[in-house]
Design a binder for this molecule. Structure first.
Ligand code: CTP
Ligand code: ZN
Length: 154
């Protein structure tokens, strides 16, 4: 592609490119995959790039990292159209669309202080994934806004 707008951020050698993130969500994606820059990872972020499919999209490129299934599951909640590209020696070796799981376990914290999952008992949180949010399976609390703020995984 001659005028590839994605090449405003250079290609990576080995690592993961998360593409087709809704415009403005890249920083939440970084929070989900536990990157705040302090551990020295090589990370490139492009935000609000024109996209045919999404209007505007963000891209996150992380050198030397692959994502865990938990991270991909949570990612799917804020970036349902995201593509995960695994890059090896500059080539895209694998490309996956994220899939919205039916439930996510142990990755989000229930905002209800009285929920059994937030007390000292060793009960893993579990949320059912709805079209417009997630519902705690223990106390029925629904999180619709800012799901990224409730993430436990890093
Ligand atoms: N990419 C990268 N470094 C590489 C190879 C690819 O940063 N060594 C990036 C590309 O810039 C692009 C994404 O990874 O943002 C996917 O690459 P590719 O599959 O080649 O692009 P498209 O065909 O445009 O992807 P799609 O069909 O998923 O939109
Ligand atoms: Zn709860």
């Amino acid at each position: 592609m001659s005028d590839d707008p994605e090449l405003r951020v250079s290609k990576i050698r080995n690592g993961t490119v998360i593409d087709h993130i809704p415009g403005g969500q890249a920083l939440n994606v970084l929070a989900i995959i536990g990157i705040d820059g302090t551990s020295g990872e090589e990370v490139s972020v492009a935000m609000n790039i024109p996209s045919d499919r999404l209007g505007k999209k963000d891209i996150v490129k992380v050198e030397g990292r692959e994502l865990s299934q938990n991270e991909v599951d949570v990612l799917s909640l804020i970036a349902p159209a995201a593509t995960i590209n695994i890059v090896r020696e500059f080539d895209v070796a694998e490309k996956h669309r994220v899939e919205r799981p039916g439930r996510v376990q142990g990755v989000l914290e229930c905002p209800n202080r009285n929920c059994i999952t937030t007390e000292s008992e060793p009960v893993d949180s579990a949320f059912e994934v709805l079209d417009d949010g997630v519902r705690c399976e223990y106390c029925d609390t629904i999180i619709r806004e800012d799901i990224a703020a409730h993430i436990l995984v890093s």
